[in-house]
Design a protein around this ligand. Structure first.
Ligand code: SAM
Length: 453
């Protein structure tokens, strides 16, 4: 691998005699790993486990995920294994019954889908991405994951200063110089320079300083990067302790995991662990920056809510259905007022599960409902598609339902909902979102089921 000479020198001084095995590891293939969506999958696959993540698994090779309908159904997320270490910070230190969690730098959604699983329907996750073009993929991935207690926002870190003392946990998976991604992403090698490392480090401090007021007293700050250098990692953590007054929290890490630490966070190196380069530190806010106070806002009156939503939702009484423009969405009852506060302070892209909209006498179910853990599948005519039909559906092509009644059909593959089609008899309208459609031609020879439920 053609590494910048200065990077080599810096890594040699960081790793000493381990450097040769580090450079050698960069010449091997990056491991492939997935994280299972336990609300969708009905059993654990018999695959090698990622030791620090309860739903993380390694695959022996990289299949064509595009050709797997279960990938599109949000049954699993393809995520680099080291990043799943976030789970340890969450499980070992977050002791709040209904946590309010912010994932500040969230696109494309690896850590947000993980956090949504860890929250397991409790509390609220605000999944934010500042770059507008990247919010779309974040919203798509969160929709497919299907958790109802998620709000996706598109804000600059400084906008969150309006929410003083709001969050129990803030995750800053910071934009960085990407040294840990060199094996996977040649562009990050080309962009690397000592000047860029410095710029990244300064930007990371600005991001953390901007977001810090939104953390509650006693709240947890997870700071992570996918880079190795001290400027972006240890020195920034030292700055958070010295300048912001945060307290560094230790994690219980079994020696067998081979994670490196000099006391200011945890490093994953590809020659030591099966994964890419990653760094994570967990800190606690010890001072009181004031708590968020606002009048609880009234949300939309239930009088205009179509009654059919009660049939479409499991445990409908646990959810509040509200209207946003002409669209109805559901949020867990205890969280709906918080989502309304977020709506007034931030640029909310989506909140909870979009159920559908009213058009004339018809109520049109939204694709998000199909992906959601809330859907009551019995309320719909369901059709299980073959692999080819499922790919055609995901390519937004015509699918025929000759044996089904006219009306809304919930289409599934291997039991997992993929969306809705309106069966008109001689043809059906495919409502799979245009911007999500698969552009690749169907090629069954490239389809390898990762596992079957
Ligand atoms: N957490 C994501 C995941 O697990 O899938 C990966 C996040 S990536 C390491 C960093 C993110 O920070 C990118 O999505 C990038 O667009 C965003 N970003 C870039 N500049 C930023 C800034 N000034 N403030 C906040 N986020 C920024």
């Amino acid at each position: 691998m053609d590494l910048p000479e200065l990077f080599r020198e810096r890594m040699k001084s960081l790793l000493g005699e381990e450097y040769a095995s580090f450079e050698n590891a960069l010449t091997t293939d990056a491991p492939v790993s997935i994280r299972l969506n336990e609300t969708k999958s009905r059993r654990m696959p018999s695959l090698e486990r990622v030791p620090w993540a309860s739903s993380g698994f390694y695959l022996s090779s990289r299949p064509s995920f595009t050709m797997d309908p279960c990938f599109h159904a949000g049954v699993y997320y393809v995520q680099e294994a080291s990043s799943m270490f976030l789970e340890q910070a969450f499980r070992q230190h977050l002791q709040v019954d209904q946590p309010l969690v912010l994932d500040l730098c969230a696109a494309p959604g690896g850590k947000s889908t993980h956090l949504a699983s860890l929250l397991s329907g409790k509390g609220l996750l605000v999944s934010n991405e500042v770059i507008r073009a990247r919010v779309k993929i974040l919203a798509e991935n969160m929709t497919k994951w299907g958790a109802p207690n998620v709000v996706v926002t598109n804000n600059d870190p400084s906008d969150f200063s309006r929410l003083r003392g709001f969050f129990d946990m803030v995750v800053v998976d910071a934009p960085c110089s990407g040294e840990g991604m060199f094996r996977k992403d040649a562009a990050s090698i080309a962009e690397w320079s000592v000047e860029n490392v410095k710029l990244c480090s300064e930007r990371q401090r600005r991001i953390v300083a901007d977001i810090y007021p939104s953390l509650k007293e006693g709240g947890l700050l997870v700071y992570s990067t996918c880079t190795y250098n001290r400027e972006e990692d240890e020195e920034n953590v030292r700055w958070m302790v010295d300048e912001l007054g945060t307290e560094l929290l230790p994690l219980d890490v079994p020696a067998a995991w081979n994670i490196a630490s000099e006391g200011l966070g945890y490093h994953f190196f590809p020659h030591r662990t099966k994964g890419e380069g990653f760094f994570l530190a967990l800190l606690r806010k010890s001072d009181d920056s004031g708590s968020f106070k606002t009048k609880v806002k009234q949300t939309a009156s239930s009088s205009k809510i179509p009654a059919v939503f009660n049939d479409w939702l499991n445990a409908a009484s646990d959810f509040q259905v509200s209207a946003r423009n002409d669209t109805f969405y559901a949020l867990p009852k205890g969280m709906a007022h918080l989502a309304a506060i977020l709506e007034s302070e931030l640029q909310v892209v989506q909140a909870g599960i979009v159920l559908g909209k009213v058009k004339g006498k018809d109520v049109l179910p939204d694709t998000a409902l199909a992906f959601s853990s809330l859907i009551c599948e019995e309320a719909f005519e369901t059709v299980d598609l073959s692999w080819k039909e499922a790919i055609d559906f995901l390519r937004r092509e015509q699918v025929l339902f000759q044996n089904s009644a006219k009306g809304w059909v919930l289409v599934r593959f291997d039991g997992h909902p993929l969306g809705f089609a309106k069966n008109l008899g001689s043809r059906a309208n495919n409502t799979y979102p245009q911007e999500w459609r698969i552009r690749m031609e169907a090629d069954e020879s490239r389809y390898e089921p990762i596992w079957r439920d």
